[in-house]
Design a protein around this ligand. Structure first.
Ligand SMILES: Cc1cc2nc3c(=O)[nH]c(=O)nc-3n(C[C@H](O)[C@H](O)[C@H](O)COP(=O)(O)OP(=O)(O)OC[C@H]3O[C@@H](n4cnc5c(N)ncnc54)[C@H](O)[C@@H]3O)c2cc1C
Length: 287
């Protein structure tokens, strides 16, 4: 079940930049792991990172089998993008910056075509029913009416907690309800301090904020302050340093009363709209 229409109001559908997978001739899962552990600054669970990264090529093949058309070069090879902390171009994208939309379209079609799956859209889970330390069911709200379902198995994939923050790029209907549901049912919560602060979003009154994909920096756009100073110039990796470093540097500029601009004029110029077709659109209206 899902609280909106199937695939709607999901961060997945809004993801722009793409998916990292070590699929290039110059790349390997081991190098991807090294990059990930370095960016994780000693906080990664090595075994989990290793398992996930080793499975990435198969995950891409799975998505392709279900109809996600990743962008390719004229010679048929994947058109890899570059993002922060990666020492290889290994980001696969679809439709330029419409990767998440391509993924959600393919997966919702696959789910809808699977007879063994019953989809219950517009159904919000409000409580997990627990008795004698066991899950017994769900209490939901559907079209303004309560609905109870009996089950002893629940898998939650309810998205993140970004909506708890004043400025967020997440769908505004989602603010960590899944974590609350799990906590109330007695689940042990782990790693709650790990919130991702994406460094770049457009400074507007629009909520949620329109995200500016990291791939824009991957294509060479630079961050400058109101004096035109490239304030990450001497930081290792500069604009492609790990996200926490870039986000802190931007926050420091704003905290001293400065302003921050992402300058893509030299790196992309007239190619900007073709490479990032959704960005100008998302800057005007939330998707
Ligand atoms: C603008 C943007 C750009 C991004 N770009 C990238 C990128 O380029 N690359 C990348 O790797 N990541 C990117 N991310 C992050 C990535 O999209 C998310 O980490 C990922 O999509 C989360 O997937 P999910 O399935 O956990 O949550 P979601 O895709 O948000 O799905 C959660 C689902 O749970 C449902 N739900 C929530 N609460 C309830 C409830 N109580 N009852 C019933 N249903 C409920 C929601 O309706 C929704 O269907 C981006 C995120 C955003 C917002």
């Amino acid at each position: 079940m899902t609280r909106a229409a199937l695939g709607a109001q999901t961060s997945t559908g809004w993801a722009q930049g793409g998916i990292a997978a070590a699929l290039g001739d110059d790349d390997s899962a081991a190098l991807h792991l090294d990059n990930t552990l370095a960016a994780g600054d000693g906080l990664c669970d090595r075994k989990a990172a290793e398992t996930i990264l080793a499975a990435a090529p198969d995950a891409i093949a799975f998505l392709e089998r279900h109809g996600v058309a990743f962008d390719h070069n004229a010679d048929g090879s994947f058109a890899f993008g570059l993002e922060a902390a990666h020492t290889r171009r290994r980001i696969l994208h679809a439709g330029g910056d419409a990767t998440g939309a391509a993924v959600i379209t393919a997966l919702t079609q696959a789910v809808s075509a699977t007879p063994s799956v019953t989809v219950m859209p517009d159904t919000e889970v409000r409580r997990l029913i627990v008795a004698d330390d066991e899950i017994r069911g769900l209490l939901c709200e559907r079209h303004g009416q309560p609905l109870a379902l009996a089950t002893n198995r629940v898998v939650m994939a309810t998205g993140g907690v970004g909506g708890l923050y004043e400025t967020s790029t997440n769908p505004s209907g989602n603010f960590g309800q899944g974590i609350m549901l799990a906590a109330r049912a007695g689940a042990a919560l782990a790693d709650m301090e790990f919130i991702q602060f994406h460094p770049t979003a457009l400074a507007t009154d629009i909520r949620p904020l329109p995200l500016i994909s990291e791939a824009v920096r991957g294509e060479g756009a630079i961050l400058v302050n109101e004096n035109g100073e490239r304030f990450l110039a001497t930081t290792p990796g500069a604009e492609l340093a790990p996200r926490d470093i870039v986000a802190r540097a931007i926050a420091a500029e704003i905290a001293r009363g400065g302003r921050v601009f992402l300058d893509a004029r030299q790196a992309l110029g007239n190619r900007f709209a073709a490479r990032f077709p959704r960005l100008p659109q998302s800057a005007q209206k939330p998707a």
